[in-house]
Structure formats: structure tokens, C-alpha cells
Design a binder for this molecule. Structure first.
Ligand SMILES: [Zn+2]
Length: 311
């Protein structure tokens, strides 16, 4: 399987060392954000520019370098020669929206500066929109954050964890959701809501998510038993004998990710419906994977681009 990034912009960003360094040292304050996107027109213009800046000629009349002017009171631009219309918001997360673009952009900014996530309740309060609208916006922004990174390599820790339900009540146990995680030490993480923690579920996830030949660390969960026979080096940590760290044999990285995830889910989101758990995971994975850079401008620039088919 080849290395793949599903998002061209991030692919570009990650491969462009200069941009990464720049994003790392750059601060992106609320003031800078407001100067960049002062009103709805500026937001629409940003989407338009991003989308059509490389267009050589008008799709309607074919005139090279035709100018497009903004159509008054509509979210579109028209060709100066043939009036052909371009709709920059089509297929973006802002399509068919009645919410002003400035509020959308501000919501994205909030997601980018938050450490623990942004709840719909909080968006409702800050943006002055209905709860339903805030919830939909949050969902779209989380979709945007669902960036797939390529196969993991190097030293990779794997672990499964359980989310939701009450620990003490036996009948609640069945309501717990299984999440499987894989993390490169000093690198990227992947986390997926899976239907069980059995070998038949986890091994295909590993085959898909981790490059063959990689050194994998895990606890002694039976599902991982056959890893060494499957193109991987495998070292286990024996938690039952309180052997949490033995040289490089530890799973502290993934456990650190779980505890941050659970703290945030408890503090910000309280109860997450299993149906939407993957969206929340995507949000935290994004924050973790891009922890070294200033994500505000990255996330905003990603939002300008058309997205695939979204539910
Ligand atoms: Zn034209």
C-alpha cells in the first residue's frame, strides 16, 4: 500500500518545510483573524479567490482572463462579457447556508484555538444562532478536520479503549464504545470507532494503518498476539505485572492521547452519541497531529476548498 494523503492542501503543507516552519512560529490572534476576514464580502472573496484564481478563461464564453464581478446581494460572481455565473460556495461546507460567513469563519477560528473542543452549546452562545444551527456547523467543521494521514511507520503504539457508559453500573457496560488507536512516537495518531476489540476487527485496521515492517508496541491484549507473524515486529508491555515501562517497551504515548481525549469529552461534550463518536475523534486526532503548528490559518484555508460528498 502506498503512502496517501486525502487532503491536497495538507499534503502540500506537510511537504513544504518552509510553510511548516512559518506556521509553527506564526501567532494567529483574534485580531489578525478579524483583519483578514472583517465581513461577509471578505469571506466570500477569499473562497472565490482560492477556488478560481487558476482559472484561465471563462467557462461560458471562453474569453481569456475574463474579469468576474460580484453580483449584488447574491453569493456569486458573473463574467463581465457573458454574465456566466460562478458560485464559490458550491460544494464547500458553507453551501446553502443561511448563516453569515463571518460567523462560520469565526466558528472555525474557535475550533482552531480550542484545546478541548468546542461544544454546540458554546457555539450557540458565542454566535447567537440556534442550537440546531450551531450543532450542524460544529459537525461540518469536524468533518473538515477529518484529515487522513498516510500509513504510520517507525515506532508505533497501538491500544484500544472504551468510551461512554458508567463504569460502576454493570448494565451500562454494553453501552461503551470501542475506540482503536495507533500512534507514532513523535508523529501522527489515528483513532477509529470500531465495533469490537477482537482480532478480526483490529488486525485489518493495523494492516491498513501501519506500514509493513514497523515496530509495534502494545499491551498483552489477545487480539495483538499474531502481529509478529504478520510482517511486523511486535513488543508487548505486561500491564498485569505492573510493568509499564521496560526500556522502549511502553505504550505511554497512546495512553496520553486517550486521557486527553477522555478529559475533553467529559469536560466539553459530556455525552457523545455513538453515531457521532467518529466525528469527535477526527477533531481530536486533527488537534494532536497538528499540535506543532498554528492551525488557525490551515483550518480556515481548508474550509475554502470544496469537500467530497458529506452526509
Ligand atoms: Zn464569459
Amino acid at each position: 500500500m502506498s503512502e496517501k494523503y486525502h487532503n491536497n492542501f495538507l499534503d502540500y503543507t506537510l511537504s513544504n518545510k518552509y510553510l511548516l516552519v512559518k506556521l509553527k512560529v506564526m501567532r494567529y490572534t483574534l485580531k489578525q483573524f478579524q483583519e483578514q476576514y472583517p465581513d461577509d464580502d471578505a469571506c466570500l472573496e477569499a473562497v472565490f479567490q482560492d477556488r478560481f484564481k487558476n482559472m484561465k478563461c471563462c467557462p461560458g464564453c471562453g474569453v481569456v482572463d475574463a474579469k468576474f464581478y460580484r453580483v449584488k446581494k447574491r453569493q456569486c460572481y458573473a463574467c463581465e462579457w457573458c454574465s456566466y455565473q460562478l458560485f464559490p460556495l458550491a460544494n464547500t461546507i458553507f453551501r446553502k447556508t443561511e448563516v453569515p460567513l463571518t460567523l462560520w469563519f469565526y466558528a472555525i477560528y474557535e475550533f482552531s484555538v480550542s484545546k478541548n473542543g468546542v461544544s454546540a452549546k458554546e457555539l450557540e452562545r458565542k454566535l447567537g444562532v440556534s442550537y440546531k444551527t450551531a450543532w450542524r456547523m460544529a459537525k461540518q467543521i469536524r468533518l473538515l478536520m477529518g484529515v487522513e494521514v498516510g500509513q504510520l511507520t517507525g515506532d508505533v503504539e497501538v491500544d484500544e479503549t472504551y468510551i461512554g457508559g458508567k463504569h460502576s453500573q454493570r448494565y451500562e457496560r454494553s453501552k461503551k464504545q470501542t475506540v482503536f488507536g495507533m500512534v507514532e512516537r513523535d508523529g501522527f495518531v489515528k483513532a477509529k470507532h470500531v465495533r469490537s476489540s477482537g482480532a478480526r476487527v483490529l488486525l485489518p485496521e493495523i494492516a491498513d494503518g501501519i506500514k509493513a515492517g514497523t515496530q509495534i508496541y502494545s499491551d498483552e491484549w489477545p487480539a495483538y498476539k499474531t502481529l509478529a507473524r504478520r510482517d511486523y515486529s511486535h513488543t508487548t508491555v505486561n500491564h498485569s505485572q505492573l510493568e509499564y515501562v521496560r526500556g522502549t517497551a511502553y505504550t505511554n504515548t497512546i495512553e496520553g492521547f486517550w486521557s486527553q481525549l477522555k478529559r475533553s469529552l467529559d469536560g466539553t461534550y459530556h455525552a457523545v452519541s455513538p453515531k457521532y463518536l467518529q466525528f469527535y475523534l477526527a477533531e481530536f486526532v486533527f488537534r494532536y497531529n497538528f499540535r506543532a503548528i498554528t492551525v488557525g490559518p490551515v483550518l480556515l484555508e481548508m474550509a475554502l476548498k470544496p469537500v467530497g460528498l458529506t452526509p
